[in-house]
Write a protein that binds this ligand. Structure first.
Ligand code: GLA
Length: 567
């Protein structure tokens, strides 16, 4: 370790080394800054950043009522949670009876004596929004009436009541005793689509939370968020499992404004875990740009719980305007005791949120090279987002002592990779971000398996490319162009490695605008040519989708991607 390495984290913060204010903060490479590169928050749509709020299920289950929901809403304001961004007050299952009103309308239970509109009025009066729950089947999971056959009736009622958010569940009992459901994918897709269209047809913005218990590619365009996991529980094992499920399969590539992977509601403050574990849970949800839907009784939470849920610096990571879902970039340690490093680029020059996660039974040091954060090898400023303090600036390596079942969450600010100049092979550039279903994105070769550099030469439709990017869909790679380039070209397709399998779609985005809308390509077809104008683009996003649906052969290659840029 170098002498000026910083050792930070719970109980082990060190501020030795170069003084942050002395050099790092004013330093940096002024030439490498580009005006306008970091956008003002994207404001369009119902969920430009991940939704924040509260939901009744984790703590209260079916034991919910109008009085309870109103008093929780009051507490959201009184506790300061509303001030830091929590907005939705969501009633989960059991607000309604098993049987509808005689006229077919939705039928609230007697625990909601003045109906849902009365609750909505109270919630709106506090400046908050109201969420409700239903199910695509005839019955909800708790066997109350679902929306099957009554989608329009229900949506009309929700809109009339002033509902702002709908969580739509997936129960469709074949046998309620064994919790066996009809999960026919075509049926599910049709029923979620029906509700999505109905919500879009009313004159009220209602966030659609698809709760289909795992990621389905078809769900992403239907709503603003979609559950990627089974039900969370108030245990460390559940947190670890959901982090894995929410990050596996490359579905981070689908995250962005109005499009969020949902690893389920928060368990922070429900007493089954230690505060260290809850800080880790909250940190990981934030770095994954997950919805932050609290699940505790906010009327009676401890100061420690409140401090976790209202940590504005960690919330800012979750709500960052770039909307990228942080990914794991490094992992070691024995199975079950892994130590990992996660990174999420932030909407500020050279800024990265970094989480060091320790699953092991002992405290341990975790370290990462600054260059692995897609930053140049210069001095970086490090801030501890739980200690709320700037630490020593460091060069080379950022390191911290991380407690067992804990996270050290940092903001690291350094120097962005240089913007491209002249004519460039994209595979010679440093990306700012990459997410990939299988192993790392490969430079100048195809993806082989889960390891690095394990692929064959890039081959599309029989043509071999010596330069390019090998990915496994879904995948997203983000490059910094700094509005300095004019043209992006590539030959793309399913890689020969997939043989006749595979089915993928290549997309090119300039910031939040889609520039290339490719056809769905199958294995062994000829390369598709991409040639797009990227004038004025700050961030080039190379995305490949359609990689799930049980298809393990979505090896996809960007053959000879090139940029034409100013000198
Ligand atoms: C399912 C959902 C949960 C919750 C319950 C309610 O299990 O996944 O989040 O809504 O139903 O019954």
């Amino acid at each position: 370790m170098e002498a000026n390495d910083s050792h930070v984290g719970e109980g082990s913060t060190s501020t030795e080394g170069t003084d942050a204010a002395g050099s790092g903060s004013e330093g940096g490479d002024a030439e490498n800054r580009v005006e306008g590169e970091f956008p003002a928050p994207f404001a369009e749509g119902l969920a430009p950043t991940p939704p924040m709020g509260w939901n009744s299920w984790n703590n209260f289950g079916c034991n919910t009522s109008a009085e309870q929901i109103k008093s929780v809403a009051d507490a959201m304001v009184a506790s300061g949670m509303a001030d830091v961004g929590y907005q939705y007050i969501n009633i989960d299952d059991c607000w309604n009876e098993a049987v509808r009103e005689e006229n077919g309308g939705p039928n609230p239970t007697t625990a909601f004596p003045a109906g849902i509109e009365d609750v909505a009025n109270h919630v709106h009066g506090l400046g908050l929004k109201l969420g409700i729950y239903s199910d695509r089947g005839a019955e909800t999971c708790a066997r109350r009436h679902g929306s099957r056959g009554f989608v329009d009736v229900d949506v009309q009622a929700y809109a009339a009541w002033g509902v702002d958010y709908l969580k739509y569940d997936n129960c469709d009992y074949i046998n309620p005793d064994t919790f066996e459901h009809n999960l026919d994918e075509t049926l599910m897709r049709d029923e979620y689509t029906l509700m999505s269209e109905a919500l879009r047809s009313v004159d009220r913005g209602i966030v659609f939370s698809v709760c289909a218990w795992r990621f389905y590619e078809w769900a992403a365009p239907l709503g603003q968020l979609w559950r990627t996991t089974g039900d969370i529980t108030d245990t460390w094992a559940s947190i670890v499992a959901n982090i894995g499920t929410n990050s596996g399969l490359g579905q981070a590539a689908y995250a962005g404004p109005n499009q969020w992977n949902d690893p389920d509601m928060l368990e922070v403050g429900r007493t089954g875990m230690t505060d260290t574990e809850y800080r880790a849970h909250f940190s990981m949800w934030a770095i994954m740009a997950a919805p932050l839907i609290a699940g505790n009784d906010v009327r009676s939470m401890t100061d420690a719980t409140k401090a976790i849920l209202t940590n504005a610096e960690v919330i800012a990571v979750d709500q960052d305007a770039l909307g990228l879902q942080g990914v794991e970039i490094q992992q070691d340690g024995e199975s079950g005791s892994e130590r990992s490093v996660w990174v999420k680029p932030l909407n500020e020059h050279g800024a990265r949120a970094v989480a060091f996660l320790n699953l092991g039974p002992e405290a341990t040091e975790i370290a990462v090279d600054v260059t692995k954060l897609a930053l140049q090898d210069t001095e970086v400023i490090v801030r501890d987002l739980w200690a709320h303090e700037d630490l020593a600036s460091v060069r080379g390596t950022v390191a911290a002592q991380v407690p067992s079942h804990g996270v050290v969450m940092l903001k690291v600010v350094g120097e962005e990779p240089p913007i491209p100049r002249g004519e460039m092979d994209v595979s010679d550039l440093t990306w700012v971000y990459s997410a990939n279903r299988l192993g790392p994105v490969e430079l100048d070769s195809a993806v082989g398996g889960g390891g690095a550099s394990d692929g064959m030469p890039i081959t599309i439709g029989g043509t071999v490319f010596d330069k390019g990017l090998g990915v496994a869909a879904p995948s997203l790679i983000v490059y910094r162009l700094g509005a300095n380039c004019s043209r992006f070209t590539a030959e793309v397709g399913v890689d020969g490695q997939a043989a006749t399998g595979g089915s993928v779609e290549f997309e090119v985005w300039g910031d939040n605008t889609r520039l290339h809308d490719g056809a769905v390509l199958a294995g062994s077809t000829m390369a598709e040519r991409i040639d797009v104008d990227v004038t004025g683009v700050y961030r080039l996003k190379l995305k490949v989708t359609n990689g799930l649906n049980g298809n393990a052969r979505d090896f996809s290659s960007w053959g000879h991607p090139r940029l034409v840029c100013a000198d």
